[in-house]
Design a protein around this ligand. Structure first.
Ligand code: BDR
Ligand code: CA
Length: 311
């Protein structure tokens, strides 16, 4: 079983990722879930995270609260996609679970130092503020991580919050820069992958076929989440970004990509938050990430439906 920490800013697609992880107990052991400010402020991402744990029948899960805002910049949020709470679309009770008293950054550091080297996978589904803060406080953890698998960035696909930048990287580009420079083994799921993961009616109907409460709530969340793309672009569904990270841990053969150098733009007003991916190895810069580009989308949605059905 892979031991993982999920760092997240739920977000309906984050919720789907967490459901996929909790629905896969044979393969994944979720040591803790750390909330970060992102789609909505931290008070909401922490609340939403606990709502998802309770919905999945996991009130025993450990939830930690992390960064309140990006390292050096004002907060940017995405209520236009996720709604006021970040998890609009379904009626659910307020959580009764409480967050742990330890700060998310300390939990990440303590866990990486306590567990054997090379055994912990970090799964990041939001801005990288918590991870960069942990690296600044405890640089030794970089060498202890098995892999950091992130949803973030985009290259041939462009950006989704500015023409050049993807939301998670744009919100805290300084944090992303620290992470890409850390030497941790990184797997990156950019928009190039996640824009292939559209929540089409045919795919969502496979999830809707299951009568368990988590599957039904996920369908309601997806209906809310996709309306932004459906209304703006007339697409059949919206791109289900974050579960790609968990799906990669379960079935890496669904994805393909290359080892590339990735640098983060932090200066330019026009392109701040851009992930400059050297796909063609035109520079001398050394690869620092496995950048995914293709996914078997139907295989991904079958996996998601199968695992959510188990919750
Ligand atoms: C990313 O930004 C958030 O809105 C989603 O949850 C996802 O992590 C996509 O750009
Ligand atoms: Ca997210």
């Amino acid at each position: 079983r892979r031991k993982i920490i999920i760092d997240t800013d739920p977000g309906q697609d984050d919720a789907a990722a967490i459901m996929l992880a909790f629905g896969s107990p044979d393969e994944l052991e979720v040591l803790g879930l750390t909330a970060v400010a992102g789609n909505v402020p931290l008070s909401f991402t922490s609340r939403n995270l606990r709502i998802v744990c309770e919905l999945c029948g996991r009130p025993d899960a450990k939830v930690y609260e992390g960064a309140l805002k990006p390292l050096n910049r004002p907060q940017v949020t995405a209520e236009h996609v996720h709604g006021r709470t970040g998890l609009d679309g379904a009626e659910l009770p307020e959580p009764t679970m409480l967050p742990q008293s330890t700060h998310a950054v300390d939990f990440i550091i303590d866990t990486l130092r306590r567990e054997p080297e090379g055994t912990i996978t970090l799964c990041t589904l939001g801005p990288l503020t918590n991870i960069a803060t942990a690296l600044a406080k405890a640089p030794d953890i970089a060498g202890r991580v098995k892999e950091l698998v992130m949803m973030g960035g985009g290259f041939s696909e462009g950006g989704n919050i500015t023409p050049a930048a993807e939301f998670n990287i744009y919100v805290d580009p300084d944090a992303a820069k620290t992470v890409f420079a850390s030497g941790m083994p990184i797997v990156m799921m950019p928009l190039d992958v996640t824009h292939q993961l559209m929540t089409t009616k045919a795919r969502v109907s496979k999830i809707a076929a299951f009568s368990n409460r988590p599957a039904q709530v996920l369908v309601e969340w997806l209906a809310f989440f996709e309306r932004f793309d459906v209304e703006k672009y007339g697409s059949d569904g919206g791109p289900l970004h974050d579960p790609s990270v968990i799906a990669y841990l379960l079935k890496p053969e669904l994805f393909s990509g290359r080892d590339c150098n990735v640098e983060i733009e932090t200066q330019s007003e026009l392109t701040v938050g851009m992930t400059v991916v050297d796909w063609w190895h035109v520079s001398e810069r050394q690869p620092n990430a496995k950048v995914m580009r293709q996914v078997d989308a139907d295989g991904f949605f079958d996996l998601l439906a199968e695992r959510v059905a188990r919750l």
